[in-house]
Design a protein around this ligand. Structure first.
Ligand code: ADP
Ligand code: GN1
Ligand code: MG
Length: 365
């Protein structure tokens, strides 16, 4: 049944050959992703088919307009520098109606990308070189977009990285407590709210004109960058639903959150969760290798803080979702969001303990 439906969706795109099969793919928390196989004259080719989460993205057509503009611009940049284009950016297929998506009979939005072969994402990085490569690739993505022409991109999720508003949402969830869970997590609630003073710092610097708005990815989880299987190089940024105006720190911060701990985001043994300084150093060097071309000195100074802030923010979001009954992030077991929240807060503590050292490193670069 589902195969029939997936096949029907695929056939509304301009793909040659015969549909073979679609299998679920990846470990993202938001969209439904499938790897689709086509037979084109005896050759098997792969595509990435995704259903956009309509609950999370209220205006999928705007999401697709952003992605279409951004990927075309990056492609143009790569071509103009004479580089090989395959693998350096994800590329959307057009529907038979000439749009970058199709809408099914239930109103759900679907899109298809060319599948990038011989490359993969890592939920937990395996080496400092991977950290360097991933960070350089995300920095290159920001660099490629500094001169995107045309109107401001759509804010696909308004206030996505507005940490004070994320704190407000947590307080509302605690007050409403629809599942009676608040009493189980008083320690986590106190941990989050005791750091409220930190929440608005970057937004304040932005409001004072000290750090600029840029075009950022906003979901630079390390499993949103493809690493080449053979060369080990970072090649291409994926998962562009949240590409929109933001601060450079949102991207660097999420790299620190997801790239420095040897433990998974949902690890239960919190003793395993720690910010490994060499991984932080590799992320900082990799990011500066590309983003260093445009970052101002005030932006640079706030990079260590960004790691702490975004880790705190995502922890607050997991805690809020736990209190609200697990309605936003996909969960796969009881207490999954709470486990995720706890790793984030443990990592915040580890970052706080190494803050002086992080700043000392920054000064040497
Ligand atoms: P989610 O929003 O659910 O995280 P992603 O866009 O990150 O979805 O895709 C999920 C997984 O699918 C990725 O981690 C990656 O492994 C794989 N993937 C997505 N797009 C491509 C692509 N164009 N080529 C190869 N793999 C891809
Ligand atoms: C979600 O889609 P995915 O799994 O890459 C979320 C991010 C969170 C992340 C936490 C649109 O990212 O903001 O940081 O989970 N994406 C959205 O793992 O909310
Ligand atoms: Mg993803």
């Amino acid at each position: 049944m589902i195969q029939k439906k997936l096949r029907n969706i695929c056939e509304q795109f301009k793909i040659y050959g015969d549909y073979v099969v679609a299998v679920p793919f990846g470990s993202g928390h938001i969209n439904d992703t499938y790897q689709v196989t086509y037979d084109q004259g005896g050759v098997r080719l792969h595509y990435t088919l995704q259903r956009i989460n309509h609950n999370v993205f209220q205006n999928p057509a705007q999401v697709m307009e952003n992605i279409d503009r951004v990927t075309r611009h990056v492609l143009h940049k790569i071509r103009s520098t004479g580089q090989e284009t395959y693998k350096r950016t994800i590329r959307l297929l057009e529907s038979r109606a000439g749009l970058p998506y199709v809408q099914d009979s239930e109103g759900e939005y679907w899109r298809i990308y060319i599948f990038i072969e011989n490359a993969r994402t890592y939920d937990v990085l395996e080496s400092v070189d991977q950290a360097y490569q991933a960070a350089r690739t995300f920095g290159t993505f920001q660099l490629d977009l500094v001169d995107l022409p045309g109107p401001r991109l759509h804010e696909t999720i308004p206030d996505f990285h507005n940490t004070p508003k994320r704190m407000d949402a947590l307080e509302r969830a605690v007050a409403a407590d629809p599942c009676g869970r608040a009493k189980l997590v008083q320690r986590e609630i106190d941990f989050a709210l005791s750091r409220r003073a930190d929440a608005g710092l970057l937004l304040q610097l932005n409001a004072e004109g000290l750090i600029p708005e840029r075009i950022t990815h906003n979901d630079t989880k390390l499993n949103n960058v493809l690493i080449d299987d053979i060369s080990g190089q970072g090649i291409c940024v994926i998962d562009l639903d949240t590409v929109m105006p933001g601060l450079a720190h949102y991207d660097f911060g999420d790299m620190v959150r997801t790239g420095t701990s040897p433990a998974a985001e949902d690890e239960r043994n919190l003793e395993r969760v720690t910010m490994q300084f060499p991984m932080f150093e590799a992320l900082l060097r990799g990011y500066m290798a590309s983003a260093g071309q445009f970052l101002t000195s005030v932006e640079r100074e706030q990079l260590p803080f960004a790691g702490k802030l975004i880790t705190l923010e995502i922890g607050v979001r997991f805690l809020t979702d736990y209190l609200e009954g697990d309605v936003y992030f996909k969960t796969h077991r009881e207490g999954h969001n709470l486990d995720r929240c706890r790793t984030q807060f443990k990592l915040v503590e580890s970052i706080e303990a190494q803050f002086d050292r992080m700043h000392a490193l920054l000064k040497t670069l």
